[in-house]
Design a protein. Structure first.
Length: 145
């Protein structure tokens, strides 16, 4: 297993990241749709690939985590994409909620220069228990400024 920046894996990685994200956070996302596939398609646009790291084995993404400088969000919500995938009403509502919860949420403490933020740690359910998330976190702690 190797850890790579998702931006190195290309745009095709978005769908897989969406699948893993939805699997990891479905209990909070299911309000917008009970269909994980629909949610994954709706959310695939939002990931800023340069902030995400992935555990990769045999070209398969096993897990993800985002690491930011604490000032830049790891996601960018586009309500238009949510509406396209979830319908006008639910997509509009999801846009408002997700922007507030994921993109614009303030930290409960002041961020000092050089402070980082690790977000959205999730593992593909088929690879739980293999140390995927731990490997990603170790990489982030040792290889990022």
């Amino acid at each position: 297993m190797e850890i790579r920046r998702v931006s190195e894996l290309g745009e095709d990685a978005r769908k897989k990241i969406g699948d893993i994200f939805v699997a990891g956070f479905f209990q909070w996302l299911r309000y917008f749709s009970k269909d994980p596939e629909k949610l994954s398609c709706a959310l695939a646009h939002m990931f800023r690939l340069e902030t995400f790291y992935a555990a990769v084995e045999n070209e398969e993404i096993l897990g993800i985590a985002a690491c930011t400088d604490g000032r830049t969000s790891s996601v960018r919500i586009q309500t238009k994409e949510l509406r396209r995938n979830l319908g006008f009403v639910m997509g509009s509502f999801a846009g408002l909620q997700l922007k507030r919860e994921l993109e614009n949420r303030p930290y409960p403490f002041p961020l000092e220069p050089g402070t980082g933020s690790i977000e959205f740690v999730a593992t593909d359910p088929r690879h739980l228990g293999r140390g995927v998330a731990s490997a990603i976190l170790r990489h982030i702690f040792s290889d990022t400024p």
